[in-house]
Design a protein around this ligand. Sequence first.
Ligand code: NAD
Length: 260
Amino acid sequence: MQLKDKVAVITGSASGIGKEIAFEFAKEGAKVCIADLALEAAQATADEINKGGGTAMAVAMNVTDETQVDAGIAQVVAQFGGVDVLISNAGIQIISPLVDFKFDDWKRLMAIHVDGAFLTTRAAMRAMIKVGRGGSIIYMGSVHSHEASPLKAPYVTAKHGLIGLAKVVAKEGAKDGIRANVICPGFVRTPLVDKQIPEQAKSLGISEADVIKNVMLKETVDGEFTTVQDVAQTAIFLAAFPSNALTGQSITVSHGWHMQ
Ligand code: NAD
């Protein structure tokens, strides 16, 4: 049990990568908070974890809403006694050529990825400092924190930005034992990716099979998707790491698509 009695808040954990992290963290002994826009799905995830012998609570949280974020973190502190790990994971994807990108879509994506990371970080750091036992903040970046792809201007911008935020949190958090790191996955088959396969096929004028083979997995060493399990194991490693020796870093899990 690498995370015994650690309290972990995971945003966007009613689905995909965040959900798998929640299950794996619970198996490692963490008390997990499923913080998501989709409250029903978050509650169902928490119920499933509790039924399986873990400890979980669900919180309705739109990460772009300052009041909801602060209230959600306060609820976790009241129920579980603090916050040891924040995984800022909630995210969406919107694809379009830059010249056609709607400003509202740009702002919506940036708000979820960047404002959401800031608001949840600020609330979690305040709680960590108050309780005084340090903590680990993990951002869900992407290979797109390092590489660019066409059609993804705000996503690539936001994911690069998270690396900057993690570096600042590493510097400001060190004196309180707070570490910050970024996980950068390659393509993972979640609802976020399943939605974009037909969209990319249409935008690029190629088949869905070609999107998978020649766009998404083209640069990997073995033509394979990264899995939710791969990402969850990396999150456990970062959350359990015992000191500030590992802070301000990004770890890429992408079948070699991006090599640092
Ligand atoms: P997903 O669509 O399966 O899950 C995203 C979750 O975020 C959903 O439960 C959704 O309700 C929640 N969410 C969306 N907006 C929210 C908001 N404003 N407030 C709170 N919750 C909100 O997606 P996923 O693939 O699991 O993606 C999770 C993270 O991983 C994202 O940040 C994404 O950019 C990143 N990522 C995904 C991949 C991939 O290939 N799937 C690769 C690299 C990085």
